[in-house]
Design a protein around this ligand. Sequence first.
Ligand code: FDA
Length: 304
Amino acid sequence: MSTMGKALLAVTERSSVRRMMTEGGAGRRLSRRFVAGERLEDAVAVAGDLNAVGMRVSLDHLGEHVTDAADAAAARDAYLAAIDNIAAAGLDANISVKLTQLGLGNDDGLALDSLRALATRAAAAGTTVSVDMEDSVHTEATIDIYERVQREEGNLGLALQAYLHRTEGDLARLTPLGGHIRLCKGAYAEPPEVAVQRKSEVDTRFDHLLGILMAAESTMPAVATHDDQRISLTRYLATTRTAPWEFQMLYGVRTGLQRELVAAGHPLRIYVPYGDAWYPYLTRRLAERPANVGFFLRAALSHS
Ligand code: FDA
């Protein structure tokens, strides 16, 4: 993440800034570019539109770092409802879930049981569950829980972050389990002991891991990037791959490129977030791109 991105994340984590952005209309207006809406119906409607133009979907009910057991159970239930809606509407969609939203870090047993419940319901609905990867404090516990439920249910996927020093080892550990592995660059501000810092180093690591992932026939690679060079390399590696794979991109980011990839016949899944806990998601999207810092400042100033 760039220095400006890290600085933006630090500012947005201040409670006064969070309050200003979430209580006024400015933050909500800004979030509309990246978030389908606050209700499940909004997300289902967007998913239907994306399916109609040949794009698969992953629904993300926004929320993370839940410390209350009742809130964690509510998040699980919201996801169960999402799975039921996917089945009822006949969508080509799965769900993406953060384990801290299900209680990880507070009650890991609850997070495990909830992920198991989601995997079972998703299997009955003929779909899958993707586990997002959060900040490095939670990496090991996330992988442990993923590994356990994937061995039992077999219909999970996991995001791995190219910037972490540990990821090549994790890839070797997890590809034999099948499922889908989403390779992304990584969206959190991490220290140098844990993650490479420079964008060029992250890109080099991504390409190296991408080569390993695309050669692994036992797992389904999900290549999550909007970066032209990484996309070109994926297209090249895909020419010799016989097993399934897909691109993944975020709702609202490089939509022209999304259409081009589908027109060229490439499988693409769009990650569609929805719900009222949009603030941390929005700040990560803004921090990813220096030009977005201007959007944030304009929104903040228009509120003051
Ligand atoms: P890069 O940041 O180099 O962007 C390439 C180009 O894409 C930019 O030049 C710009 O044009 C455009 N772009 C990228 N981000 C933009 C934005 N926010 N706004 C506007 N334009 C933008 N991370 C994580 O830590 N854990 C996770 O579980 C996931 N899950 C996930 C799922 C999916 C489907 C995607 C696509 C991404 C994630 N990520 C994630 C986020 C990921 O780690 C990374 O932070 C972003 O995808 C940005 O990296 P790019 O690979 O797109 O490259």
